[in-house]
Design a protein around this ligand. Structure first.
Ligand SMILES: [Zn+2]
Ligand SMILES: [Zn+2]
Length: 241
């Protein structure tokens, strides 16, 4: 087994709330400095910066995972991690058809920049990304599973877009296996208050939206020694498969 430092929740300049300087290349460089081994890019409802992130991570010697932070119809945030860039792009295509189209107002919400791995802007996402999709939480989980994604609620200990704050309790369905916490000290009190959470494996991601917000690596997983380390992290989260 090997200890692998992970950051499984990151936003780039594609997310309107993400800093323009948080380009895939700059993020990869900062993650390297932070000591992260495996990093997942999880922009709101889009994977369009994942190709650049993959290329940049390889340049900096980081193992990338592709992902998305999906907003359900209830306004709950779910982290979705995909096994490969190809799987992520396929998942992204499916989510495109579930988005509710509202024009972005960059002056209010921020830019939504699509980048290449050399820090060039290669496109702009015109419609606002983070708003709720048409997918209920059950539909979102089922679609993610059908695309091979590992899907779990993001920042369950936060009020805004956290599953408990939105629903009033942790639900028994869908059959989540993980719950992402913002703060380690919240795990115990939350598990005491919401017993169904005790069945979940707690995970952490920085949810960094800017380079300065990328913390020094501290969250790790013990994964098998076989092959690429990002694949090993995915297998670890996917029940060994
Ligand atoms: Zn979120
Ligand atoms: Zn996020």
């Amino acid at each position: 087994m090997r200890r692998v430092y992970c950051d499984l929740h990151l936003h780039s300049c594609l997310s309107p709330c993400g800093d323009d300087a948080m380009t895939p290349a700059m993020a990869a460089g900062m993650l390297k400095i932070a000591g992260v081994d495996v990093a997942a890019l999880t922009d709101h409802n889009s994977v369009k910066n994942c190709p650049a992130f993959f290329e940049a991570c390889v340049n900096y010697g980081i193992a990338p995972l592709a992902g998305m932070e999906l907003t359900t119809a209830e306004d709950i945030h779910l982290v979705c991690l995909l096994r490969s860039l190809e799987d992520a792009l396929n998942f992204g295509e499916k989510i495109e058809t579930k988005r509710v189209r509202i024009k972005n107002r960059p002056d209010i919400f921020g830019n939504q920049l699509i980048m290449d791995a050399e820090d060039n802007v290669i496109g702009v996402e015109e419609d606002l990304l983070p708003n709720a999709t048409t997918l209920s939480i059950e539909e979102a989980f089922a679609l993610a599973e059908s695309c091979g994604a590992i899907c779990y609620p993001a920042h369950v200990d936060r009020i805004s877009n956290g599953i408990i704050a939105v629903l009033g309790d942790f639900p028994s369905e869908p059959a989540f296996k993980f719950a992402e916490f913002s703060r380690a000290e919240n795990i115990k009190p939350y598990m005491e208050k919401y017993p169904l959470l005790k069945n979940m494996v707690p995970l952490f991601g920085s949810d960094a939206h800017s380079l300065e917000a990328i913390p020094d690596a501290s969250f790790y997983l013990e994964v098998d020694d076989c092959g690429n380390v990002a694949d090993a992290v995915f297998r670890c989260l996917n029940g060994g498969r």
